[in-house]
Design a protein around this ligand. Structure first.
Ligand SMILES: Nc1ncnc2c1ncn2[C@@H]1O[C@H](COP(=O)(O)OP(=O)(O)OP(=O)(O)O)[C@@H](O)[C@H]1O
Ligand SMILES: [Mg+2]
Length: 264
């Protein structure tokens, strides 16, 4: 008898990215990892290890200065690595949601939060009037915001850091994606607020059936939130596996160094 098949919502296979130009440096070197459906996978590594580049490569948003040399990106069983920018636009935001480190710079300062989340819906679907408004309020509510009407009417600068981050998560989930990529989503928050936002990720995983890639430099965030971890060092995966296993019995010297740095 065989056990249940654990399908992967995302599988990155041999992804290499380098800076364009004759002496282009390698930014990602044959990176491979899977995101099993319904799991939270932490991508951890020091500054400049390529974490953000990895998220951008998966969503087809590599900066012009970088090129993908090789690798397959299998999303929902389909290889999307050859997709055009128009095809990627259909997936990005709707199927793969994204949340970034600094909501203050990601949100337009002169538009209300509600109008910006509505714009995300309208980029993918025809909706209007009360139905659109309810979609926006429901996403804010799902993100743990108890007074969604006030938050929807607010401008980004009027909200606390924690509320802005929740609003950004609302924007990332409003179209009902099945994969969320969150890049340093809690780095700008105080420790208490950080814990609450990380708990929100775990709730969303259960309530919406989301799979999540959690990009962070902080092993504490991974330990608290993720099921699996991928350790990146200068563009290469040095170790990956079950969080408890990797953080309790690290094989790579680099993982041990990260763990030691945590104790200082
Ligand atoms: N637009 C760009 N043009 C040129 N080089 C870049 C660009 N963006 C990033 N890099 C370089 O690519 C490498 C990986 O950067 P990346 O931002 O992916 O790292 P990171 O792990 O996210 O770091 P951090 O923890 O500081 O966010 C770094 O050496 C960085 O200097
Ligand atoms: Mg980064």
């Amino acid at each position: 008898m065989t056990g249940p098949v654990q399908e992967n919502i995302l599988s990155v296979q041999g992804l290499s990215v380098r800076l364009c130009g004759e002496n282009g440096t390698d930014i990602l070197r044959s990176v491979s990892f899977d995101v099993p459906s319904g799991m939270i996978v932490g991508i951890v590594g020091g500054s400049g290890s390529g974490k953000t580049t990895l998220g951008l490569a998966v969503t087809g948003l590599l900066p012009a200065a970088m090129e993908r040399l090789s690798g397959r990106i299998i999303y929902g069983g389909r290889d999307i690595s050859g997709f055009s920018s128009a095809e990627m636009r259909v997936i990005r935001g709707a199927k793969i949601g994204m949340a970034f480190q600094e909501p203050m710079s990601a949100f337009d300062p002169v538009m209300t939060i509600g109008a910006q989340i509505a714009e995300t819906v309208l980029a993918h679907e025809a909706a209007s009037g009360p139905a659109l408004r309810e979609r926006v309020l429901a996403a804010l509510r799902s993100s743990g915001i108890s007074d969604p009407v006030r938050v929807a009417a607010a401008y980004p600068f009027e909200l606390s850091g924690g509320l802005r981050q929740r609003a950004m998560i609302a924007q990332a989930i409003v179209c009902g994606p099945n994969l969320l990529i969150a890049d340093e989503p809690t780095s700008s928050l105080d420790i208490d607020t950080q814990g609450k936002v990380l708990d929100l990720f775990k709730e969303l995983r259960c309530s919406l059936g989301l799979s999540i890639i959690l990009i962070t430099h902080d092993l504490g965030v991974v330990r608290r939130t993720a099921d699996r971890v991928v350790v990146l060092c200068r563009g290469s995966v040095v170790e990956q596996g079950d969080v408890r296993q990797v953080l309790t019995f690290p094989h790579a010297v680099y993982t041990r160094t990260l763990l030691e740095a945590e104790m200082i």
